[in-house]
Design a protein around this ligand. Structure first.
Ligand code: AMP
Length: 196
């Protein structure tokens, strides 16, 4: 068990903003478990599970996997943690998920402490995602899917930032620069918002 109390941090931002990379760094530095719903889904796809087969179609189109599936996956992970110390990457993505998360956390006596919004302009996002497509061969990194994922983000996920902003939880961070620079900005933004 961790020596620290509960802590919940959300890493938000459009596809290609660098959430995965920064999530790994931040989770390590703050002793948090990184929970990435995208990684969990990709593990299902790789393992050839029924869920993976269903999810792959949606992911390849750049759409969102159903809220029920995603919420159940996150709940199963949170159930194993005591105390709840998590960095959520790529979740929540819809209002339904955000509300479910608040309820789940309340059940565990925890709450969202901070949400980081990684900001990167669209042109740079597309450039990065196409580069990643060439390097990693992710099947959802082609141009049509990238455009769809960005549109889905703007329509369904970005409004959540207003919800958290009203609660004073959002910290905007410029996501353009070296990995180290962006990480330093995140740490600086969180200083004061979190206990240590
Ligand atoms: P990511 O690696 O976070 O960009 O996620 C890759 C894909 O997995 C997304 O484009 C969605 O199809 C799916 N996905 C990941 N997280 C979620 C979520 N919280 N809700 C719905 N779909 C998700």
């Amino acid at each position: 068990m961790s020596a620290h109390g509960p802590e919940v941090v959300l890493l938000m931002g459009p596809p290609g903003a660098g959430k995965g990379t920064q999530a790994n760094l931040l989770a390590a530095s703050r002793d948090l478990l990184k929970l990435s719903t995208g990684d969990m889904l990709r593990a299902h796809v790789k393992g050839g599970t029924e869920l993976g087969t269903r999810a792959k179609r949606v992911m390849d189109e750049g759409g969102l996997v159903s809220d029920d599936i995603i919420i159940a996956m996150v709940k199963a992970e949170l159930d194993r943690l005591d105390p709840i110390r998590v960095l959520l990457d790529g979740f929540p993505r819809t209002t339904v998920q955000a509300e479910a998360l608040d309820e789940l956390l309340a059940d565990y006596g925890a709450a969202i402490d901070a949400a980081i919004e990684l900001r990167v302009d669209d042109q740079e996002l597309v450039r990065r995602l196409l580069g990643r497509a060439r390097q990693e061969g992710r099947s959802d990194d082609n141009e049509a899917t990238i455009r769809r994922r960005m549109a889905v983000y703007r329509e369904q996920t970005e409004p959540l930032l207003d919800y958290y902003r009203r609660q004073g939880k959002v910290h905007d961070v410029d996501g353009v620069g070296t990995t180290e620079d962006v990480f330093e900005r995140i740490e600086a933004a969180l200083e004061g918002a979190l206990a240590w």
